[in-house]
Design a protein around this ligand. Sequence first.
Ligand code: A2P
Length: 331
Amino acid sequence: MQDPFEQHCHQNILIRLHTGYDMPGVGFGTLGGHGHAPQSPDSPQTVAQAVEEALIAGYRHLDCAECYGNEAEIGGALCKAFKTGIKRDDIFVTSKVWNTNHSKKHVRNACQQTLKNLGLEYLDLYLIHWPLSFQHTGTAMGVPRDTNGIVGHGRVPLLETWQEMESLVDDGLVRSIGVSNFSAVELGDLLASCRIRPAVNQVECHPYLAQKNIRQACEAFGCKIVAYSPLGGPANQGCDDKRRVLSDPTLEKLASNRGCTVAQLVLRWLLQEGIAVIPKSSNKVRLEENLASAALDELSAQEMGLVRCLDCNVRYCNPDWAFGGSQVFEP
Ligand code: A2P
């Protein structure tokens, strides 16, 4: 008999983590207008409504984070879904510890608070959101800055944070652990000293930012990539002056040849590269369209190659949190 999780995911693509758990390839992003992304206008209620619609549409992978400031509302949506017969084990839920909570004691408190907000007993995946710590502020959102706007960095080594994440696995609070926004070097450093290897590195990834180096490193370490902003993120709402992935002429042509949307083509391309995607949408039609990308016919080698050629190092998410106020990633 088919596993119920596999049944629910029959139209999705499952990606097996080294921990033995399966993660649906198409997940649902829940970044709203709070936390560190004020460019997104979606209130916690709007995101929770979208999560309800996503679960009805068939999504079984939710990507959350304490710093999005909407986990309690998403917990409400999950509670409703469970009343309709969806089981906890049918859904793969990710959350992330925020930069203000990197110390041993705060990691555990943060995870427990996330579980309480989401109304869950365990997380499928828990990530270190960024490879840098901020001063502990007592809130799980925002960036501590002094009156001159200088970021208040913390002094917590990443290994301390990781070791507490490992103990969350030991204690059954989370099933798999991973990282986000880690470079190949940071990942290698962690691998040299960890007891439990990261199962996932979640990074910005789309046709304009194919992340070759990080992907190579992850592949060597048996770590899967989850692509955030797979459609090019905030640029889609016209709040960024960069080139828009969804208006790319090559992608438009490939999509029209196949009779699918550009968003579907992009998501299908990432999935076929072995990368999980977490597109975010508060629009019912678009969120259904995004999920359906997993059921598209395979892209040919030629189509895959044409999309690969679009890589041009356009990054939409590069906050100025590094020391001295510089951007986290090299421009
Ligand atoms: P909306 O919520 O109005 O659908 P990303 O997942 O790369 O961060 O992109 C999210 C942005 O892309 C949001 O602005 C979202 O707007 C928009 N978006 C999501 N899905 C689609 C789609 N299928 N077609 C066009 N825009 C989309």
